[in-house]
Structures are given as C-alpha cells and as structure tokens.
Design a protein around this ligand. Structure first.
Ligand code: DQA
Length: 146
C-alpha cells in the first residue's frame, strides 16, 4: 500500500497569489496543490492537502493525522512563531514531519526568525519559494522508505 502524507497549511496561505508576491511568489495555493498531487502520484505517495486560518482547527487536523497518515509536511505560517499548541500537537505525531516556509524566515523581521516547531520536526525547507513543497515531498518519500 502507498504511504499517505498530509500537507498542512496555516493562516493566510489561502491568499497565496494575492499576498505579498515579493515574499511568496505568484502561485496560488490551488496551483501548489495541483503540482503536489502530480509529484506525489509520480512518487507513489497518497497526498491530502489541508488549510486553516484557525489555530484550534490546525491542532485538530494534526491530532487526527496520527491515525491516518505516515508523514506530514507543515507550513504553519504565522503560528510557527507563536503556537505552543501546534508544537505540542506535532510532538504527538511520532512520525516524520517536515517544516516548510516559502520565504526565508531568517532573512526577515526578528519575530519571524524564531520557530517554535523546528526542534520537534525531522527537518525543514525555507526560502525556496513554492518549489519547497515539491522538495519536501521528495524528502518525505525518502524518509518513509528508510
Ligand atoms: C511563512 C512565513 C511566516 O513567517 C508567515 O507568517 C507566513 C508564511 C512562509 O511560508 O514563508 O504566513 O510560513
């Protein structure tokens, strides 16, 4: 059976394409989703895509993912820098997690340079634009076959 992964997106990522193109590029979340589905098919992974602007909903999605998914890619967006609740939920997942950011958070405002989740994930990708999603899928597939 194919491994199943979930790609979780946090607040304001539903407005990609419209939002600060100098940081996030022009791809919409739908376009990114399509590209991810294509790449996962090639790699024989099953992928589900999720997005929420609500912290508690993200916690619920992460908790539920324990039962149904083998790996997780998460762009927690602004909650990366603030949410102990999302960090705690990620710690309960116990399977591979990749942290993703479209922009280089270490080159931006000081408040973005701190991630509360980096030390509870396997690894991270940042600053490579929406290509980061594809790179994360490739890395996840490798983590899952190890
Ligand atoms: C982001 C970076 C965060 O600081 C920001 O709040 C986002 C997007 C990124 O993908 O670069 O919403 O996670």
């Amino acid at each position: 059976m194919n491994n199943k992964i979930i790609i979780i997106n946090g607040p304001n990522l539903n407005l990609l394409g419209e939002r600060e193109q100098s940081q996030y590029g022009s791809d919409t979340l739908n376009k990114i989703k399509e590209t991810c589905l294509k790449k996962s098919k090639e790699l024989e992974l099953e992928v589900e895509f999720a997005q929420s602007n609500v912290e508690g909903e993200l916690v619920n999605i992460i908790q539920d993912a324990r039962k149904n998914f083998d790996g997780m890619i998460i762009n927690a967006a602004a909650f990366t820098h603030t949410s102990v609740a999302i960090r705690d939920a990620l710690e309960l997942f116990k399977k591979p997690i990749i942290e993703l950011h479209i922009s280089n958070i270490y080159k931006r405002e000081e408040f973005r340079q701190k991630s509360l989740i980096s030390d509870v994930v396997n690894g991270g990708i940042f600053g490579l634009g929406s290509d980061g999603y594809i790179l994360a899928i490739i890395s996840m597939q490798k983590l899952l076959i190890k």
